[in-house]
Design a protein around this ligand. Structure first.
Ligand code: 5GP
Length: 190
């Protein structure tokens, strides 16, 4: 996605520890026009898939997932990071946060993830793939099928894609692939 590459080169910043900061347009302030263009590209790339639900993780995955859900006319479920007091029957797993270096829970209600579900997972970043692995775990508990995974930014150098492929996810689409953030220089894949 040329427009996203240009935006990352213009407004993205590199932080210590291989973190790409994109909070002026993706995950704090949102550029809604760009987000819609991203969702349209997801829709185009996943047009051949038969899915009945979009799954994401709060908080940063919700925006692209909801816009895609509107375009595809599908419900969106977001896995929650805190157990709500109102939820009693749920699937739960533990995930290691890449950016915060701590563990968090991911929960989804049993009412919204079932063996009848064919899921498309959407998130803002693919780093080492821990969040995606948590989603695989929740879907396995529910007996749901993951048909594909889509990321706005994939960091190639942390090898999340390989890990997910080894876990049996063979449809992964990323809007932009970051080859390297060495020496705080952003290098995107052509
Ligand atoms: P993973 O679970 O694949 O290791 O990391 C994915 C999650 O960590 C994403 O949902 C995102 O919130 C966060 N993350 C990973 N790498 C980056 C990064 O370079 N920049 C930002 N802003 N978030 C990241």
């Amino acid at each position: 996605m040329k427009i996203l590459k240009e935006r990352i080169m213009r407004d993205g910043h590199c932080l210590e520890g291989g973190i790409l900061k994109v909070d002026s347009f993706i995950n704090h302030q949102l550029d809604t026009r760009l987000m819609r263009q991203i969702a349209e590209e997801f829709q185009r790339r996943f047009a051949d898939l038969n899915v009945n639900k979009i799954l994401t993780v709060e908080a940063s995955g919700i925006a692209p997932a909801v816009i895609l859900g509107c375009l595809m006319d599908l419900p969106v479920v977001f896995a929650k990071k805190k157990v709500p007091s109102t939820m009693d029957d749920m699937y739960q797993t533990t995930v290691r946060s890449f950016t915060k270096q701590s563990d968090y829970s991911l929960v989804v209600s049993k009412a919204f993830l079932t063996p009848a579900d064919h899921v498309l997972f959407i998130d803002d970043f693919l780093a080492i793939g821990n969040a995606a692995k948590g989603i695989i775990n929740l879907c396995q508990q529910a007996g749901a099928t993951i048909e594909g995974m889509g990321f706005i930014v994939e960091k190639e150098f942390t090898h999340g894609r390989e890990m997910l492929q080894e876990m049996g996810i063979n449809r992964i689409e990323s809007m932009v692939i970051v080859e390297s953030l060495d020496n705080c220089e952003i290098k995107l894949k052509e």
